[in-house]
Design a binder for this molecule. Structure first.
Ligand SMILES: *Cc1c(COP(=O)(O)O)cnc(C)c1O
Length: 375
């Protein structure tokens, strides 16, 4: 028996995490899909003021139901959540009862598995997919089943329906745009999976990168009125330039939000988080102001990589999966030696680069050209 007396299935497992290196070792940080643009001085002052306002009451617990924040998130989603959808078919108003939030959408995901997964139940995703999902399945003792995506990273409906029919999952996890490939799912795929799963489970469309979708690519928010088993998650970490804020949220049927309240920790959103997030939401136009620029830089990066004779996956996110390399680790290391930190993730031979500022992307391109000459 080893000590400490960990659950046997956790023994020897390394904690997950992308390498975090100090700026002097890697001045160009393009590895965790952050927004490279920080808040303005005005926004910083507003956040500081909001936190100062709640500080005198920090001896009290915060609003457990975070009503004001849910209302603000619902208003934001109703107003901006569909941005980019060409043919917005529904005029969905998202109400506060349809919104839930936690410390990052990763915590939202864990809560979903705590409430809807568990022993004797199964969660399904399609590889390549977000690397955290199997960990949440493990931590909640949910059986984990991985289907597959096609060569072009799309989901084949016959395959997906067969996986659902065989395993009867209570949770299906669909990142769209997908991490690490950047692929957005067409509404037909989400609809088909919602229908296949039915009332036996929920279908979670993880739209962490939703705001970066290319023009005309729909959001699964549009499908909410048609499917009570659909959950759409979002985050303030990526487009919203608030990774340090730790605020993720979802939109779903009010009964699903209600069910999560059973498993959430009491007062899981601190008064400081609620105040800071509310202040940041008041600055949504500014914080999201660089999204269009980042989308242009993303498309430029895809085109540039292809012009170098490399493969680059079409992307609806703020990163690009590219390759393929016989020794991707050597490429990753070569870039790091030149101060550019990207991510060694995705299928064999591929690497993922986050979209930064124009200067950062120029540094990435310059470094990659040098590395490709050497390998
Ligand atoms: C980055 C990311 C998230 C967001 O995580 P937070 O906990 O909100 O910071 C969620 N899903 C995917 C697929 C991601 O890549």
């Amino acid at each position: 028996m080893t000590w400490p007396p960990l659950r046997p299935e956790l023994a020897g497992i390394e904690p997950y995490g992308a390498p975090q290196l100090p700026a002097d070792r890697a001045p160009v940080q393009l590895n965790v899909n952050e927004n490279p643009y920080g808040p303005s001085a005005e926004c910083v002052a507003d956040i500081a003021r909001a936190v100062a306002e709640v500080a005198p009451t920090l001896n009290r617990y915060p609003d457990r139901e975070f009503v004001a924040l849910r209302e603000a998130l619902a208003a934001y989603l109703s107003r901006d959540g569909f941005r980019g959808s060409q043919a917005r078919t529904s005029t969905t108003e998202i109400s506060a009862e349809m919104v839930w939030a936690a410390n990052g959408s990763n915590e939202v995901m864990l809560q979903l598995l705590q409430a809807f997964g568990g022993p004797g139940r199964t969660a399904v995703s399609f590889a390549p997919t977000y690397s955290m999902y199997p960990e949440y399945a493990r931590d909640t003792a949910t059986t984990w089943v991985m289907g597959r995506r096609e060569e072009d990273f799309a989901i084949d409906l016959d395959h997906a329906r067969a996986v659902v029919a065989e395993h009867r999952p209570s949770v299906v996890l669909l990142p769209s745009p997908n991490n690490p490939t950047g692929t957005a799912l067409p509404p037909g795929t989400v609809t088909a999976l919602c229908e296949a799963v039915g009332d036996d489970g929920i279908v979670v469309v993880d739209e962490a990168y939703g705001e970066f979708r290319r023009a005309g690519v729909a959001s699964a928010l549009e499908l909410l009125p048609a499917h009570r088993n659909l959950v759409v998650t979002r985050t303030m970490s990526k487009a919203f330039a608030g990774a340090g804020l730790r605020l993720g949220y979802l939109a779903a049927h009010p009964a699903i939000c209600d069910a999560i309240r059973v498993v959430r920790l009491p007062y899981h959103l601190s008064a400081v988080t609620q105040a800071a997030a509310l202040a940041a939401l008041r600055h949504a136009p500014e914080l999201l102001g660089k999204v269009d620029e980042l989308r242009v830089e993303r498309d430029r990066t895809v085109a540039w990589l292809r012009a170098q004779g490399l493969e680059a996956a079409d992307s609806d996110a703020n990163f690009v999966l590219f390759g393929r390399f016989d020794d991707r680790h050597a490429v990753w290391q070569g870039l790091l030696d030149r101060g550019v930190l990207i991510r060694e993730t995705g299928p064999d031979g591929w690497l993922r680069v986050s979209v930064g500022t124009a200067e950062e992307m120029a540094a990435f391109q310059d470094a990659l050209l040098h590395v490709m000459k050497e390998i």
